[in-house]
Design a protein around this ligand. Sequence first.
Ligand SMILES: Cc1cc2nc3c(=O)[nH]c(=O)nc-3n(C[C@H](O)[C@H](O)[C@H](O)COP(=O)(O)O)c2cc1C
Length: 199
Amino acid sequence: MPDTHNRLLGRRTALKLAGGFAAFSVLFPAACTTTEAKDMNGKILVAYFSATGTTARVAKKLAEGLGADLFEIRPEKPYSRQDLDWHDKKSRSSVEMNDPNSRPAIAAQVGNMGQYDTVFVGFPIWWYRSPTIISTFLESYDFSGKMIVPFATSGGSGLGKTESIFRELCPKATVRSGRVLNGNPDKAVLVEWAKSVLR
Ligand SMILES: Cc1cc2nc3c(=O)[nH]c(=O)nc-3n(C[C@H](O)[C@H](O)[C@H](O)COP(=O)(O)O)c2cc1C
Protein backbone atom coordinates (compact mmCIF):
# COMPACT_ATOMS: atom_id res chain seq x y z
CA MET A 1 0.00 0.00 0.00
CA PRO A 2 1.51 3.45 -0.95
CA ASP A 3 2.79 5.70 1.87
CA THR A 4 0.34 8.55 1.11
CA HIS A 5 -2.55 6.13 1.64
CA ASN A 6 -1.01 4.95 4.89
CA ARG A 7 -0.81 8.53 6.12
CA LEU A 8 -4.41 9.30 5.10
CA LEU A 9 -5.83 6.20 6.70
CA GLY A 10 -3.60 6.24 9.71
CA ARG A 11 -0.94 3.58 10.13
CA ARG A 12 -3.01 1.29 12.38
CA THR A 13 -6.07 1.28 10.10
CA ALA A 14 -3.88 0.64 7.06
CA LEU A 15 -2.20 -2.28 8.79
CA LYS A 16 -5.57 -3.69 9.83
CA LEU A 17 -6.90 -3.41 6.27
CA ALA A 18 -3.79 -5.01 4.79
CA GLY A 19 -3.92 -7.82 7.35
CA GLY A 20 -7.63 -8.33 6.72
CA PHE A 21 -7.10 -8.59 2.98
CA ALA A 22 -4.28 -11.08 3.46
CA ALA A 23 -6.52 -13.17 5.71
CA PHE A 24 -9.35 -12.98 3.16
CA SER A 25 -6.97 -14.09 0.41
CA VAL A 26 -5.84 -17.04 2.50
CA LEU A 27 -9.36 -18.07 3.47
CA PHE A 28 -10.90 -17.55 0.01
CA PRO A 29 -8.00 -17.85 -2.43
CA ALA A 30 -10.10 -18.56 -5.53
CA ALA A 31 -13.40 -17.02 -4.45
CA CYS A 32 -13.93 -15.02 -7.64
CA THR A 33 -12.73 -17.65 -10.10
CA THR A 34 -14.91 -20.29 -8.40
CA THR A 35 -18.06 -18.20 -8.75
CA GLU A 36 -17.22 -17.27 -12.34
CA ALA A 37 -16.57 -20.89 -13.31
CA LYS A 38 -19.85 -22.01 -11.74
CA ASP A 39 -21.85 -19.16 -13.30
CA MET A 40 -20.49 -19.98 -16.72
CA ASN A 41 -21.04 -23.71 -16.66
CA GLY A 42 -23.50 -24.69 -13.97
CA LYS A 43 -22.54 -27.47 -11.60
CA ILE A 44 -19.18 -29.10 -12.25
CA LEU A 45 -17.91 -32.63 -11.52
CA VAL A 46 -14.25 -33.64 -11.66
CA ALA A 47 -14.11 -37.42 -12.17
CA TYR A 48 -10.76 -39.19 -12.36
CA PHE A 49 -9.03 -42.55 -12.58
CA SER A 50 -5.50 -42.78 -11.24
CA ALA A 51 -3.45 -45.97 -10.92
CA THR A 52 -0.44 -44.50 -9.12
CA GLY A 53 -1.63 -41.17 -7.69
CA THR A 54 -0.35 -38.61 -10.19
CA THR A 55 -3.67 -37.82 -11.86
CA ALA A 56 -5.41 -37.94 -8.47
CA ARG A 57 -3.28 -35.02 -7.22
CA VAL A 58 -4.16 -32.89 -10.23
CA ALA A 59 -7.86 -33.81 -10.09
CA LYS A 60 -8.14 -32.90 -6.39
CA LYS A 61 -6.52 -29.51 -6.92
CA LEU A 62 -8.69 -28.79 -9.96
CA ALA A 63 -11.87 -29.67 -8.05
CA GLU A 64 -10.81 -27.52 -5.09
CA GLY A 65 -9.97 -24.58 -7.34
CA LEU A 66 -13.29 -24.78 -9.19
CA GLY A 67 -15.39 -25.53 -6.11
CA ALA A 68 -16.46 -28.68 -8.01
CA ASP A 69 -17.48 -32.14 -6.74
CA LEU A 70 -14.83 -34.86 -6.96
CA PHE A 71 -15.41 -38.51 -7.92
CA GLU A 72 -12.81 -41.26 -8.13
CA ILE A 73 -13.35 -43.78 -10.95
CA ARG A 74 -12.18 -46.72 -8.86
CA PRO A 75 -11.68 -50.08 -10.59
CA GLU A 76 -13.65 -52.95 -9.06
CA LYS A 77 -10.35 -54.86 -9.17
CA PRO A 78 -7.45 -52.54 -8.31
CA TYR A 79 -4.43 -52.57 -10.64
CA SER A 80 -1.38 -54.26 -9.13
CA ARG A 81 2.17 -53.31 -10.04
CA GLN A 82 2.35 -56.34 -12.36
CA ASP A 83 -0.95 -55.33 -13.95
CA LEU A 84 0.66 -52.00 -14.91
CA ASP A 85 3.81 -53.50 -16.50
CA TRP A 86 3.72 -52.19 -20.07
CA HIS A 87 6.84 -54.20 -20.96
CA ASP A 88 4.82 -57.38 -20.43
CA LYS A 89 2.46 -58.03 -23.35
CA LYS A 90 0.43 -60.32 -21.11
CA SER A 91 -0.02 -57.90 -18.21
CA ARG A 92 -3.61 -56.86 -17.46
CA SER A 93 -3.10 -53.31 -18.76
CA SER A 94 -1.45 -54.56 -21.99
CA VAL A 95 -4.27 -57.04 -22.62
CA GLU A 96 -6.97 -54.44 -21.88
CA MET A 97 -5.37 -51.76 -24.02
CA ASN A 98 -4.98 -54.21 -26.91
CA ASP A 99 -8.71 -54.91 -26.88
CA PRO A 100 -10.87 -51.94 -27.93
CA ASN A 101 -13.90 -53.72 -26.46
CA SER A 102 -12.41 -54.14 -22.99
CA ARG A 103 -14.51 -52.38 -20.33
CA PRO A 104 -12.98 -52.88 -16.86
CA ALA A 105 -15.65 -52.71 -14.16
CA ILE A 106 -15.94 -49.65 -11.91
CA ALA A 107 -16.55 -50.13 -8.17
CA ALA A 108 -19.09 -47.33 -7.61
CA GLN A 109 -21.33 -44.98 -9.58
CA VAL A 110 -21.76 -41.20 -9.46
CA GLY A 111 -24.83 -40.61 -7.25
CA ASN A 112 -26.74 -38.24 -9.53
CA MET A 113 -24.99 -37.45 -12.78
CA GLY A 114 -28.08 -35.54 -13.91
CA GLN A 115 -27.22 -32.60 -11.63
CA TYR A 116 -23.96 -31.81 -13.47
CA ASP A 117 -23.62 -29.57 -16.51
CA THR A 118 -19.87 -29.99 -16.98
CA VAL A 119 -17.72 -33.04 -16.29
CA PHE A 120 -13.92 -32.94 -16.28
CA VAL A 121 -12.60 -36.49 -16.81
CA GLY A 122 -9.00 -37.18 -15.73
CA PHE A 123 -6.79 -40.25 -16.30
CA PRO A 124 -3.22 -41.37 -17.00
CA ILE A 125 -2.29 -41.83 -20.67
CA TRP A 126 -1.93 -45.54 -21.37
CA TRP A 127 -0.58 -46.52 -24.73
CA TYR A 128 -1.09 -43.01 -26.14
CA ARG A 129 -4.79 -42.76 -25.20
CA SER A 130 -7.30 -42.94 -22.31
CA PRO A 131 -7.40 -46.28 -20.43
CA THR A 132 -10.36 -48.51 -21.32
CA ILE A 133 -11.84 -48.02 -17.82
CA ILE A 134 -12.55 -44.45 -18.95
CA SER A 135 -14.63 -45.92 -21.78
CA THR A 136 -16.56 -47.88 -19.14
CA PHE A 137 -17.19 -44.59 -17.31
CA LEU A 138 -18.29 -42.72 -20.45
CA GLU A 139 -20.73 -45.51 -21.37
CA SER A 140 -22.22 -45.64 -17.88
CA TYR A 141 -24.17 -42.35 -18.01
CA ASP A 142 -26.30 -40.22 -20.27
CA PHE A 143 -24.10 -37.24 -21.07
CA SER A 144 -26.58 -35.65 -23.51
CA GLY A 145 -26.30 -31.87 -23.45
CA LYS A 146 -23.40 -31.90 -20.99
CA MET A 147 -19.91 -30.58 -21.58
CA ILE A 148 -17.05 -33.06 -21.12
CA VAL A 149 -13.43 -31.96 -20.76
CA PRO A 150 -10.69 -34.61 -20.78
CA PHE A 151 -7.42 -34.08 -18.91
CA ALA A 152 -4.51 -36.42 -18.29
CA THR A 153 -1.07 -36.97 -16.90
CA SER A 154 1.57 -38.91 -18.81
CA GLY A 155 5.23 -39.75 -19.15
CA GLY A 156 5.36 -37.19 -21.95
CA SER A 157 2.80 -38.26 -24.57
CA GLY A 158 -0.12 -36.07 -25.57
CA LEU A 159 -3.80 -37.07 -25.57
CA GLY A 160 -3.46 -38.94 -28.88
CA LYS A 161 -6.78 -40.39 -30.02
CA THR A 162 -8.48 -39.68 -26.70
CA GLU A 163 -10.77 -36.86 -27.84
CA SER A 164 -12.11 -38.87 -30.80
CA ILE A 165 -12.75 -41.83 -28.47
CA PHE A 166 -14.69 -39.50 -26.14
CA ARG A 167 -16.72 -38.08 -29.05
CA GLU A 168 -17.52 -41.53 -30.37
CA LEU A 169 -18.71 -42.77 -26.95
CA CYS A 170 -20.63 -39.60 -26.04
CA PRO A 171 -22.05 -38.30 -29.33
CA LYS A 172 -24.66 -36.14 -27.60
CA ALA A 173 -22.18 -34.35 -25.35
CA THR A 174 -19.96 -31.43 -26.25
CA VAL A 175 -16.43 -32.75 -25.87
CA ARG A 176 -13.99 -29.86 -25.47
CA SER A 177 -10.29 -30.08 -26.32
CA GLY A 178 -8.48 -31.44 -23.30
CA ARG A 179 -4.94 -31.14 -22.03
CA VAL A 180 -2.10 -33.15 -20.52
CA LEU A 181 -1.38 -31.50 -17.16
CA ASN A 182 2.07 -32.79 -16.26
CA GLY A 183 4.48 -31.36 -13.68
CA ASN A 184 2.01 -31.06 -10.79
CA PRO A 185 0.66 -27.61 -11.81
CA ASP A 186 -0.46 -25.07 -9.18
CA LYS A 187 -4.15 -24.74 -8.38
CA ALA A 188 -4.25 -21.26 -9.95
CA VAL A 189 -2.78 -22.60 -13.20
CA LEU A 190 -5.38 -25.38 -13.29
CA VAL A 191 -8.26 -22.95 -12.68
CA GLU A 192 -6.97 -20.59 -15.40
CA TRP A 193 -6.81 -23.51 -17.83
CA ALA A 194 -10.31 -24.71 -16.88
CA LYS A 195 -11.73 -21.20 -17.32
CA SER A 196 -10.12 -20.89 -20.74
CA VAL A 197 -11.68 -24.20 -21.84
CA LEU A 198 -15.13 -23.35 -20.52
CA ARG A 199 -15.25 -19.79 -21.85
C1 LIG B 1 0.14 -49.36 -18.75
C2 LIG B 1 0.74 -47.99 -18.86
C3 LIG B 1 0.88 -47.41 -20.11
C4 LIG B 1 1.42 -46.12 -20.22
N1 LIG B 1 1.51 -45.56 -21.47
C5 LIG B 1 2.02 -44.31 -21.59
C6 LIG B 1 2.11 -43.68 -22.87
O1 LIG B 1 1.70 -44.20 -23.90
N2 LIG B 1 2.67 -42.44 -22.93
C7 LIG B 1 3.14 -41.79 -21.82
O2 LIG B 1 3.63 -40.69 -21.94
N3 LIG B 1 3.05 -42.37 -20.59
C8 LIG B 1 2.49 -43.59 -20.44
N4 LIG B 1 2.39 -44.15 -19.20
C9 LIG B 1 2.80 -43.37 -18.02
C10 LIG B 1 1.61 -42.73 -17.31
O3 LIG B 1 0.76 -42.06 -18.22
C11 LIG B 1 2.07 -41.69 -16.25
O4 LIG B 1 3.00 -42.26 -15.39
C12 LIG B 1 0.88 -41.11 -15.50
O5 LIG B 1 1.24 -39.86 -14.95
C13 LIG B 1 0.42 -42.03 -14.35
O6 LIG B 1 -0.72 -41.46 -13.77
P1 LIG B 1 -1.39 -42.06 -12.44
O7 LIG B 1 -0.35 -42.00 -11.34
O8 LIG B 1 -2.53 -41.17 -12.18
O9 LIG B 1 -1.79 -43.47 -12.74
C14 LIG B 1 1.85 -45.44 -19.06
C15 LIG B 1 1.72 -46.04 -17.80
C16 LIG B 1 1.17 -47.30 -17.69
C17 LIG B 1 1.01 -47.93 -16.34
